[in-house]
Design a protein around this ligand. Structure first.
Ligand code: AMP
Ligand code: MG
Length: 425
């Protein structure tokens, strides 16, 4: 498809059906309208954790800077070590990490060396200390203690070479990247500015925590799950509270949010019955599409622009909010943050531990618990009740079980796909 210039143009495409929008298609449509932030700021390395690099990082030095030992042992000349008998060498010095030996290893000589210490001149190989012993200034090396020249030696630049592009712009900084930057002596990096995300909840029945509930009222939990999911993405957040289903108030909130933020996220008010007046309002303020996604949970979803801001109108049900955020919003925000090569959550195939009932027609994201069996194999089962209001199912889950639209009931023992909700980095 050619890039459409406006959402309205897109909604005229032949195969466009807002009443049955496949998950993949919705993702792809949204992707076409995402232009990453460009502004860059310089931050200290530690502040870069979770941020996205705004410029390539070129290595200013070799890492490691010198050939050094990978073991505690003895630096020797490989040619000196016999394979069929013990070799006796003279111990002529010591090389500690940070304190190199000042001697040169000649034929028949060895230097005591420790992990990370600079290889002394003349030596090419390290004998690990378990394969040698010392006796009165001499080192006795076991037969065949090393099998090739260069063994147990790390080479200068083997991790990174001076002048090499270490990271490209668009790389998100995780703990490993922080460590690598530090190993290069880099203390400041360029990152894209934080994405500003405004969010509010809509609904007359909602109260914020800290206020008592009247009959029929509930606490607003979506603003907290959304806050948590945005915080994990290191966004700058504008929490705009609860807005009642009153057109004037909603209009003011949408306009204020769009005026200050790159992205506006709301929950509630997009389901059939509620959508009509929100739709009229948003038609006035911007260009917004209302979709019924062929998924469960999370059927209603609004996407578009209000002023210059991207808009995601998530459903009101607490589980639907999280599922639609993870399946649509999260990757969109990553693209907007400038991250390169944003791929959807990986899908892993595992065995289903207990049967699942499902009607064909929609992609289902059931909350799953993935755990190892006594045989060490991992299998998954659902958390039980899958109602879209059962937020405890998200809390108990460590994965989504993703059941494709066309699949029906699934038997125990079948292979299913899961997306992990937990990650190390
Ligand atoms: P709606 O999409 O506005 O029709 O809301 C669907 C369901 O989600 C209703 O039961 C709402 O009460 C509930 N709901 C909507 N917003 C929230 C929220 N912020 N926190 C908790 N529940 C909500
Ligand atoms: Mg509502």
């Amino acid at each position: 498809m050619n890039q459409p210039s406006s959402l309205r143009e897109l909604s005229c495409a032949d195969d466009y059906d807002p009443n049955s929008m496949p998950v993949d298609k919705a993702r792809a449509l949204i992707r076409q309208f995402l232009a990453p932030v460009r502004a860059i700021e310089r931050v200290h390395v530690r502040q870069a954790l979770g941020r996205v690099l705004g410029a390539d990082v070129i290595s200013p030095l070799d890492v490691p800077g010198h050939d050094n030992s990978a073991m505690d042992g003895y630096a020797v000349r490989f040619a000196d070590i016999a394979t069929d008998r013990e070799t006796t060498l003279d111990r002529i010095g010591e090389s500690f990490a940070g304190k190199p030996a000042k001697v040169r290893v000649g034929a028949g000589q060895a230097v005591r060396i420790f992990t990370g210490a600079v290889m002394p001149q003349g030596a090419d190989t390290v004998v690990m200390q378990e394969r040698a012993r010392e006796d009165d200034g001499r080192v006795l090396v076991a037969p065949g203690a090393v099998s090739k020249a260069g063994q147990n030696r790390r080479f200068a630049g083997e991790d990174l070479k001076q002048g090499q592009a270490v990271f490209a712009a668009g790389q998100r900084i995780r703990p490993a990247e922080l460590g690598m930057l530090a190993s290069l002596g880099v203390n400041e990096v360029s990152v894209y500015r934080r994405l500003r995300v405004a969010f509010f909840s809509t609904g007359d029945e909602l109260r914020s925590i800290g206020t008592p509930l009247a009959a029929g009222e509930i606490y607003d939990s979506n603003r907290y799950t959304i806050y948590g999911m945005l915080a994990r993405l290191d966004c700058e957040m504008l929490d705009m509270g609860v807005v009642p289903d009153v057109p004037d108030e909603l209009e003011r909130a949408f306009a204020a949010a769009a005026a200050t933020a790159d992205v506006v996220i709301t929950s509630g008010g997009v389901s059939v019955g509620e959508a009509d007046f929100v739709k009229q309002l948003l038609d006035k303020l911007g260009e917004v599409l209302f979709w019924k996604i062929a998924m469960k949970p999370g059927r209603p979803l609004a996407y578009g622009r209000i002023g210059d801001a991207h808009f995601f109108g998530l459903p009101g049900n607490p589980v639907s909010v999280m599922v639609t955020f993870y399946e649509f919003v999260r990757d969109a925000l990553r693209v907007l943050q400038g991250e390169r090569d944003v791929a959807p959550l990986p899908m892993l195939k595992v065995t289903l531990g207990a049967p699942i009932r499902k009607m064909p027609g929609r992609t289902e994201f059931q909350r799953g618990i993935l755990s190892p069996g006594s045989d060490g194999r991992w299998s998954v089962r659902t958390t039980g009740d899958q109602g879209s209001g059962i937020l405890s199912s998200m809390s108990r889950a460590n994965c989504f079980i993703v059941l494709p639209a066309d699949c029906g009931n699934v038997d125990a023992g079948a292979e299913v796909e899961v997306q992990l909700l937990e990650g190390l980095v």
